[in-house]
Ligand binder design. Sequence first.
Ligand SMILES: NC(=O)c1ccc[n+]([C@@H]2O[C@H](COP(=O)([O-])OP(=O)(O)OC[C@H]3O[C@@H](n4cnc5c(N)ncnc54)[C@H](O)[C@@H]3O)[C@@H](O)[C@H]2O)c1
Length: 308
Amino acid sequence: MKSLITGCAGFIGSHLTEKLLQEGHEVTGIDCFTDYYPRAVKENNMKNALDHNNFTFIEEDIVNISEFPEVDYVFHEAAQAGVRASWGKSFEIYTRNNILATQKLLEYYKDRKLRKFVYASSSSIYGNVDELPIREETPKNPFSPYGVTKLAAENLCNLYYMNYGTPTVSLRYFTVYGPRQRPDMAIAKFVQAALNDDVIEEYGDGKQTRDFTYVSDVVQANLLAARSDAVGESFNIGGGSRISVIDLIRMIKNALGINIQVKHTGVQKGDVRDTYADVTKARKIIGYIPMVRMEEGIKKYIGSIYEK
Ligand SMILES: NC(=O)c1ccc[n+]([C@@H]2O[C@H](COP(=O)([O-])OP(=O)(O)OC[C@H]3O[C@@H](n4cnc5c(N)ncnc54)[C@H](O)[C@@H]3O)[C@@H](O)[C@H]2O)c1
């Protein structure tokens, strides 16, 4: 089997690359090392894959590529992530890397024989919701410019499925964490601050909740979606529970066994109040069951920091 992974040097893409190589796929990875966080971190993410004979790396911006490799599967992970940075001038980066890059890939593969085109969508397409847990039918009212671009790209996947039969599936990830987590994300920031004896910034009242999903569960969801008969579908991929930021900080404190200083700052624009995925549809259709519970995942994440 031949697979293309975009964003292969990123947090999730690098884990998926390693998993597909383990499963015997020939993998081509594309990444252009956007400067959202340091290149050295991304190079380190790809270290294991680069040693593998079945891995080919293309360092290029998707938008500038005219010929993509002939593959059975496309796993489209590349994007400009991050809710809070998506306001203002940087919206151009979001429209380019999230919407235009997705359209380029879909346009290229629309006339080619693909088994599956799996798109990394996001819980941020829902925005603030009236009812929890969030089901796939819950109205989509993105609350950040980032969410708008992720929804636009998901809509493009649906359009290419409906018009050209491109076998797209969108996986709506709910806050992913684990080794190599992006340095701008809450768990990575909190653990780093605690280890450096810095103050943790807690936004708002800290009672906002998130459904955290361990990265190996997200990787598994990609494999299940690729192998399934599902096409033209979207699935919530969550971790199966939700916790408040206050409880998350307490959990990290217990796992590290050190005291943590917390400073309260204002609510961040674009941050939704709660997320919590109903994953019934993903369980029924692709057989997705999240396996890693929060306490265990946090311990694994902290373990990976000490291994570095
Ligand atoms: N991490 C999460 O909690 C989360 C939640 C929901 C959805 N997602 C989605 O999952 C995907 C992966 O997220 P991540 O956290 O691993 O992010 P990441 O920033 O670690 O990885 C994305 C990678 O894509 C690359 N990239 C961006 N634009 C590119 C382009 N035009 N051409 C080539 N490479 C490009 C970047 O250099 C980066 O290495 C993204 O699509 C993101 O929107 C992530």
